[in-house]
Design a protein around this ligand. Sequence first.
Ligand SMILES: [Zn+2]
Length: 449
Amino acid sequence: MRITPLDRWTAKRISSGCRATQLSLKDLQSYQLERLKHTISYSSSSSAFYKKAFSCFNIESFNLLRDISRLPFTTSHDLEEHNSQFLCVSQSLVERVFTPLTSTLSSNARRIYFSGNDMERIIDFFHHGMTTFTAANQNVMIMMPGERPDSIGDLLTRSLERIPATGWVYDLVRDPVHAMSEISRNEPDVIVGIPANILSLVRHGVGSGIHSNSVKSVLLTSDYITPTVLTSIERQWECRVFGHYGSTEMGFLGGLECEARSGYHLTESDLYFEIADPATGEILEPGCMGEVVFTTLNREAMPLIRYKTSDLSRIVPGICQCGSELRRLEKIRARVNDIIKLGKNHWLGIYELDDSILGLDEVIDYRAILSNGDNSDQLDFMVELKEGADKSVLQEVRLRLLDNSSVSNAVVDGVLSLGSVYAGAVDKPVSTAIKRAIQDVRRDSGTSK
Ligand SMILES: [Zn+2]
């Protein structure tokens, strides 16, 4: 098994571009401490938001990595309310602004600014990361937006040129039949896309002419990757599926799976990660499940310090089978804000429903809608079935949901009832930034999405 290319890349980056050496955790931690101190000093002097937030913090007292826990968290709400106050450079040095569309109803835009140097780091990471499963001269089909210069598709295409490999942007999948015909015509070696899109292709594609082994690897990005989705893609296309972790706020740099595919190797040369208790903010020991928090180490235009991602995960204990000591983050289990409370003691996230419903080959996608029922909350499901699928599958979906422990426990306790399960076409995502979630339309839920 090949060691992740991110190991050597990280070693090179933390030694200021000198000859690549084997990664040493001690060197990495020294580098991170120095960069954290720099980031805090730089942000305190250049960002109006952090100048105020850190006014009582003495940088001289920062001697250990864990000292960062004395600083306050930055939240998405802070970014929305005080957006321009995070900027550390003049507008003339801003090369690109990303405005992620979110599923929340906030009226304030959350703009993330990047300088030319920030953009180069993204391309450099994509270039080295993609070599995990992309060889020279291979073709990569990018099922992400890419029309605009410096969009994700464009950045990925430019990074592939450095391998050198060929990337071509297809955009998000809106018509699976058309997308399938493009795959058959172009026979890409690698496909990059979001999980729900790729699953819809796999389900449409059974028996429709995709050659076995024509697609060698698939990279899934931008949303949860449930075991069911992963297994379905690998089984139907006989390929290897890899996962990428990285939000716009992270500068897309979070982490990438290696050939062992047992968690995202984190890009610790550019981000410092903590796992925090979502309720108390206390930093948790390695292996404990909590909210992912990161601090940028090299960001020029808009550094973020202790940014709460709302993603729930944990650091995978031990050294990876590939031989790298780079820490790994387990696949994201859910988002703090997407877990919905039912009654006093029950919680439900879409991740738990995915495994019950998407495991059926006849199901392409679904939408879960939570509303006020007569005596309890009510959960209804619109299920998109494969063309020609027998409607009796809907009954199987219902049985599987009642077999799901989170659903059945809430039903038994009288806080949830299972409403209708009906067939329908689910809207396709318009942006990679929109994560799937249970649609909560309850009155007074306070968490409508
Ligand atoms: Zn590995």
